[in-house]
Design a binder for this molecule. Structure first.
Ligand code: AMP
Length: 281
């Protein structure tokens, strides 16, 4: 497995791979790799000839008050995990390599980037879309793998890719969960033992929301209220939002019918967690 830090080095590898006709996958990450990331790399390795994993804590997607400085970083462990999962190259650029001081461009996906996470974290998805567009340009992958754990991010990336006619197949992969249903997340490392236990309430609320729809509930407001009440009953967790939306557009459904997505975001101590599930009603 190669480890590359600069776009110049990346270009050299790219030239060699193009000459050999390899189908390349890209798996963008912010590091602190866990089994969720590994599942993306493994799927990419099964479907493509070479798998490039980027490990880059993207400053553009953090607001000034957010956890950029304290975001977990462990490059040695990441290189081992990436290699074990089947990566052929890890791209770990310094910030100046991706966003030199003269850089001025931001990619904005109107609408999709402004609701839910975008409403709670203004500018977040501009940072995501910008770094992903840049990574697509640098790595020129045929396919790129993203987790449904960040469902809104997946939709933003898909929209951006289609809108800009980027020749990349965006693949969404299922959320990998811990024994108690908690979605694996790099940020889970920062939870205390009681917070980690309390975090299970997010997935519990999503399952309860899905169950009430399957049981015949037709009012989106009732579903939101039920999920919110479950999260709010957990003293260590402060709810940001609990929503049920149309999966394709993230817009509020008039009726609970078709492909829906239930999403929650909450603060668990100092750590913000998100989770979601999809259903067809
Ligand atoms: P991150 O490093 O958090 O930016 O995540 C990098 C990629 O891994 C994104 O596409 C995430 O959606 C995906 N990912 C993160 N956690 C999980 C998980 N528990 N299951 C599946 N994919 C995940």
């Amino acid at each position: 497995m190669q480890v590359v830090q600069t776009s110049a080095e990346l270009k050299a590898v790219l030239g060699a791979e193009r000459a050999g006709g390899a189908v390349r996958a890209l798996v963008p990450t912010m590091g602190a790799l866990h089994d969720g990331h590994a599942s993306l790399v493994e799927r990419a390795a099964a479907e493509c000839d070479t798998v490039w994993v980027s490990v880059f804590v993207n400053p553009l997607q953090f607001a000034p008050h957010e956890d950029l400085a304290s975001y977990p970083r462990d490059l040695d462990a990441d290189l081992a995990a990436a290699e074990k999962a089947g990566a052929t190259l890890v791209f770990t650029p310094p910030v100046e390599e991706m966003f030199p001081p003269e850089a001025r461009t931001r990619v904005h996906v109107a609408g999709l980037a402004e609701v839910l996470e975008g409403a709670s974290r203004p500018g977040h998805f501009d940072g995501v879309a910008t770094v992903v567009a840049k990574l697509f340009a640098l790595a020129d992958p045929r396919r790129a793998y993203f987790g449904q754990k960040d469902f809104q991010q997946l939709l933003v990336v898909r929209r951006m890719t289609d809108d800009l006619s980027l020749p990349v197949g965006v693949v969404g992969c299922p959320t990998v969960r811990d024994f108690d249903g908690v979605a694996l997340s790099s940020r889970n490392h920062r939870l205390s033992a009681p917070e980690r236990e309390a975090a299970a309430v997010l997935y519990r609320s999503l399952r309860a929301g899905a169950a009430t729809i399957f049981a015949g509930e037709e009012d989106p407001h009732e579903v939101r209220e039920l999920m919110a009440a479950i999260v709010e009953a957990e003293p260590l967790v402060a709810l940001d939002y609990a929503e049920v939306v149309k999966a394709a557009t993230l817009s509020p459904p008039a009726r609970l019918h078709g492909e829906l997505r239930l999403l929650v975001a909450a603060q668990v101590g100092a750590t913000r967690l998100i989770d979601n599930v999809g259903i067809v009603a």
